[in-house]
Design a protein around this ligand. Structure first.
Ligand code: HEM
Length: 453
């Protein structure tokens, strides 16, 4: 197995704090409780050293796969044998409908083919002005806040990521609908979107009380999205020119290259919901962890600030990539085996659960040198390549994140704008620990001191 080269960055070694893993595999109920509060606490210390783990959970066999060849088999070589899990579908469908993230088979292929042109690097270029205008406005708002004292950067970054999602999708900011949108997202992230014991034990065909609450949520959510889309269309009609300006224009114009078919209104709405949900919180936590790491590593922060005025930003981008190694926003990729297979010498049966955890992979003792240390040098041009299938912030294979290029551009530019403008320092000494539920969140919103450069 190829090991990563030693850290090459000149800053003193920084090892940010992590929760202490349990010594042994957790018993079932504690395991399920951990999944609901902090999935990172599910894995015992040994999981960071072993290529594959197997356990029984509620009558089902569950594999955790950290062997790069086996990861490649699940996500790429034998990807059609591994589907989204019933829990993923149960929890996400009320929010995402039949959008790209949870669709399967022919419906997924049609959507993926149709959507792909909207996420090419050229299409992302078109979205850059939206990213920059939202970031600049966030900097102005932060300046006001910082003059009054320590700043809750997490809330500010969540707002920024949602503002960017709104502008890139609709060309307009979230001034009008932002408060309701945040309300929907908070209800979902705080309660309805969290896996519950009933999601695991009750078969999908029976509606649990939580399912019924999710169905009520969906009715309001769909009506809300329809209003936002109708409002945006009215606003856009008043503008002239037929050039695509935002993702909604691109999604409307998109046609399946094989069938010529575009999206119906309902399909379009589900894609809009999917892109907003898949894209904003993941980017917000990436930015928060990047700011937290840079506040702990002033030398690295200066290197990011030094690039702010430059057009190319290789170091800032490397800092984002290294942040996503230490705090992968999507901390698990969950699959259900459709048929038998063999992974790292173990027999997998139809119905088994197979989990790949970017969190475990990215900190695996056998795959990385000094895995817990923050070192953007690992990702600089010219550095030895990172181990294949051991670095998966965006997944891999046919279901790799469709927004990866967009997300990397967005996070790099937003971080550059913020760090180029302010010197970031923590306002207190309380360690920030990861607490992963759907994404890898901070366990509290840390206070930062922002000083203008
Ligand atoms: C730092 C930001 C982001 C991270 C870390 C991230 C991570 C991921 C990961 C790991 C997957 C694969 C999940 C799996 O295999 O089970 C995924 C899929 C997806 N992501 Fe992202 N994502 C980010 C931003 C975005 C953005 C900005 C968008 C859209 C605007 C987006 C849209 C999607 C969609 C639609 C899928 C499903 C693709 C499919 O199933 O074909 N993501 N993302």
């Amino acid at each position: 197995m190829d090991m990563q080269a030693p850290p090459s960055h000149a800053a003193p070694r920084l090892v940010p704090p992590v929760p202490v893993p349990p010594e042994r595999e957790l018993p079932t109920l504690r395991f399920i409780a951990a999944m609901r509060t902090n999935g990172i606490g599910c894995w015992p210390a040994a999981a960071y050293e072993t290529p594959l783990r197997r356990r029984r959970l509620l009558g089902r066999t569950r594999f955790t796969v950290s062997d790069p060849d086996a990861v490649r088999r699940v996500l790429v070589d034998n990807a059609s044998n591994y589907a989204r899990t019933p829990i993923t579908i149960r929890v996400l469908r009320p929010m995402l409908g039949d959008g790209l993230l949870i669709s399967e088979g022919a419906a997924w292929r049609h959507q993926r083919r149709t959507l792909a042109p909207a996420f090419t690097p050229r299409a992302v270029e078109m979205l850059v002005p939206h990213i920059l205008s939202a970031s600049d406005e966030a900097v102005v708002a932060l300046e006001r806040e910082a003059a009054a004292g320590p700043v809750d950067l997490f809330t500010a970054l969540q707002r920024l990521a949602l503002e960017i999602a709104g502008r890139t999708m609709f060309s307009v900011g979230t001034a009008r609908h932002g408060a309701r949108l945040r309300g929907f997202l908070e209800t979902y992230a705080g309660r309805l979107g969290r896996p519950h014991l009933s999601d695991v034990v009750v078969p999908l065909r029976f509606a649990t009380p939580l399912d019924r609450a999710r169905a009520r949520f969906r009715r309001d959510w769909v009506a809300f999205l329809d209003t936002v889309i109708a409002d945006r269309d009215q606003g856009q009609e008043e503008r002239s020119g037929g050039e695509a300006r935002d993702l909604l224009d691109l999604l409307r114009a998109a046609r399946d290259p094989e069938t010529g078919r575009g999206f119906s209104h309902e399909e379009l709405r589900d894609q809009v919901a999917t892109m907003i949900l898949a894209g904003h919180e993941t980017t917000a936590v990436t930015l928060l962890w990047a700011c937290t790491l840079l506040a702990l590593s002033p030398e690295t922060q200066e290197a990011v600030a030094a690039e702010a005025e430059r057009a190319d930003k290789p170091f800032t981008r490397a800092a984002i990539e290294e942040t996503m190694r230490l705090y992968p926003p999507a901390f698990v990729l969950a699959r259900r085996a459709l048929g038998p297979d063999s992974l790292a010498g173990e027999a997998v049966a139809a119905g088994d659960s197979v989990t790949i955890s970017p969190w475990l992979l990215h900190r695996h003792r056998r795959l990385w040198q000094d895995p817990d240390a923050f070192d953007p040098g690992r990702f600089l041009p010219g550095a030895p390549p990172v181990p294949r299938f051991a670095y998966l912030p965006f997944g891999a294979g046919p279901r790799v994140c469709i927004g990866a290029a967009f997300a990397l551009t967005e996070a790099t530019l937003a971080l550059s704008r913020i760090v180029g403008h302010f010197r970031l320092a923590r306002a207190d000494a309380r360690p920030v620990l990861p607490a992963a539920v759907v994404t890898t969140q901070p366990d509290h919103a840390p206070a930062f001191r922002l000083t203008r450069r």
